[in-house]
Design a protein. Structure first.
Length: 121
């Protein structure tokens, strides 16, 4: 392949779309990990909130927009669990899982962009 052809191929790359798709996928991976962390039945380890009804786990959603992704819950109980209350200690389940997966998410996005560039040349 000649340098001019490589330059044309690279100029046609839609890296923003590649990056956005990879970011959305990484956010969904984190959301799935959060749901899994909430799957412990009552009476088991209590590092994360128990999955008594499944409502909290079912409320976990992931969205991505531009260069930002969000994983969170639409359930009011999520903030009580994450931060605690005056009578209940915090049992963070969003932040620790996100921190555990942050490096892999960055690597997934980087690999997607690198693959797109590699395929263009």
């Amino acid at each position: 392949m000649r340098i001019g052809e490589i330059a044309r191929n690279l100029s046609r790359l839609e890296l923003a779309g590649v990056r956005a798709a990879a970011l959305a996928g990484a956010a969904e991976t984190i959301a799935n990990a959060v749901r899994e962390a909430l799957s412990r039945p009552p009476g088991s380890e209590h590092e994360y909130p128990w999955r008594e009804t499944g409502v909290l786990a079912d409320s976990i959603e992931a969205t991505a927009e531009g260069d930002a992704a969000f994983v969170g819950s639409t359930d009011a109980a999520a903030s009580y669990q994450e931060y605690g209350t005056a009578t209940t200690p915090p049992r963070p389940f969003l932040a620790p899982v996100a921190a555990d997966h942050a490096q892999a998410a960055a690597e997934t996005i980087a690999a997607a962009v690198a693959d797109a560039i590699r395929n263009a040349v």
